[in-house]
Every structure is written in C-alpha cells, then in structure tokens.
Design a protein around this ligand. Structure first.
Ligand code: XBP
Ligand code: MG
Length: 252
C-alpha cells in the first residue's frame, strides 16, 4: 500500500494570493518606471493569466492586445529587462508585507513537518520571488523546509506542461503515487495531473471558474480549526480543514 511521503506546493495563488495585488501591481510599476503607457487592470490581468510566466505574459500582451507597439532593439532582451524591473518591484512589495499567506498554509506546513512529511515547491515564478515570499511570511529559515524549490526557467516548458513537477519528483527520487500536489489554477492542475500527481486545489478570485475535473479535492481554501473550508468538489469526509489525516486518505 502506498504511503504519503511528500507534498509539492505551487506558489502563486496557492501559498498566497499574489497575482492581483502582487505581480499585477509590480508589472504596472515596472511599466511606469520604463516610461510605458501600459496598464494592466484587474480584469485584463485575469485574461493575461491564461499564460504562465511573466516574460511570456508580456509577450502575450503585446501579441494580442498591443499589436501597435514596436519594441526598440531585440524584443527578448527588452522584455527580459522589463521583467527584471518587475521582479525588483514585486520583491519590494513582499518585503513591505503586502501579501499574506492564504488561510491554513502556515498551520498545515507546521503540521506536515511535525508529521515528518517531505516538502517541495513547483512554481512558474522566478526563484527570487519564492525566497522573498517565504522569507517575509514564514521567516528565512523556511527556505530549508523545502527539499526542492523548482521555479521559473529551470525547466524547458512552463505550466501547463508537467516539466516542473517531473523535475521536483526526480530531484526527490519519489514516484508521483507517493506525493500530493497543491494548486490553484487550470494551468497548474494540468501540470500536476500531467505528472500523475493527485492534486488538492484551493481556488481564488481569478481561478474559481476554471475546470478542476482532474483534481482529487477542490476547496475554497485549506481551512483552519476555527475557520472551516468549503468543499467545492470531491470528498473530504468529516474534515473541516486540511490536515495530515485527510491527506493520508486522499493518497489511498
Ligand atoms: C504563476 C505564474 C508566474 C507569476 C509571475 O506561477 O504564472 O509566472 O504569475 O511570476 P505559479 P514571474 O506556478 O506559482 O502559479 O513574473 O516571476 O514569472
Ligand atoms: Mg498558481
């Protein structure tokens, strides 16, 4: 019988609700600093989230919403520079404590570490963003909680491709059956399911309409003892917040 060995966490939208008030704001700050009249509203950003990866999202914006724009010099170099400026603003926002962890994340991480489960991260975002989020929400030592932090351009194809989860599994030397993934979006669940991982989804404002038919359990958040989650799909038994016992039942 398979026993649960490890949990693999997505970052954006899962550990914290970073997209609307974090990444989008940082993009707009970078556009302003670069003298560009580009402005990503909450609504437009929701459409741009169809594409994962910040550099890729800028490219998608230009190709689909601003075909009138001719970038100076080499496009890829220009976008990479603009994205660096965005990352600077994003990490500064996190430093100011602009983005808290989602409900239940801190508690669950403490519980699963006490239970001796191994931890990893599989995210599309840039590695320094992961470090900034963990450091400014959980403390610098929390970086060591995660055996593998698979992030950004470390793999050839970004979510919805399974590459980043395959990479994390390979680095941990574990089979997908021994692990559970945590995700928040369609691109995310396609990636984790593509790596044959059973996945718990916690939806957010941008993703609650996504198709999560591949998920083992879909929740509004992880819940806490004093704040029960809402089950949107799947069976959580009589649990009212995600805990180690529930996770062990899901792996079976
Ligand atoms: C979500 C993403 C990321 C962020 C922006 O990542 O698609 O690209 O939106 O971060 P996750 P970068 O897999 O954690 O949900 O600008 O650093 O790419
Ligand atoms: Mg995500």
């Amino acid at each position: 019988m398979t026993t649960l060995q490890a949990l693999i966490f997505d970052v954006d939208g899962t550990l914290a609700d970073t997209e609307r008030d974090g990444h989008r704001v940082a993009f707009n700050m970078a556009f302003a600093e670069s003298g560009l009249d580009w402005e990503w509203s909450e609504e437009l950003y929701g459409e741009l989230l169809a594409v994962t990866g910040g550099k890729e999202r800028i490219r998608y914006y230009l190709d689909n919403f601003r075909t009138d724009i001719e970038l100076p010099g080499d496009d890829a170099a220009y976008i990479a520079e603009l994205h660096k400026t965005k990352t600077k603003h994003y990490t500064q926002l996190l430093e100011k404590g602009a983005i808290p962890l989602r409900t239940g994340v801190r508690r669950l991480l403490d519980e699963v570490r006490q239970a001796g489960l191994r931890l990893a991260i599989a995210t599309t975002t840039t590695p320094v963003n992961v470090e900034a989020l963990l450091t400014h929400t959980l403390g610098a030592e929390s970086m060591d909680w995660f055996e593998v932090i698979a992030a950004g351009d470390i793999v050839p194809a970004k979510k919805p491709a399974p590459d980043i989860y395959d990479y994390a599994l390979e680095q941990m030397g574990l089979a997908a059956e021994e692990c559970l993934a945590f995700e928040d979006s369609l691109n995310g669940i396609l990636s984790s399911a593509g790596a044959n991982l059973k996945t718990i989804v916690t939806v957010n404002g941008y993703t609650k309409q996504d198709d999560f038919s591949k998920a083992s359990l879909v929740l509004d958040n992880l819940g806490d003892p004093d704040k029960a989650f809402t089950v949107l799909a799947g069976d959580a038994g009589d649990a009212s917040f995600v805990n180690v016992n529930l996770l062990k039942t899901l792996i079976k």
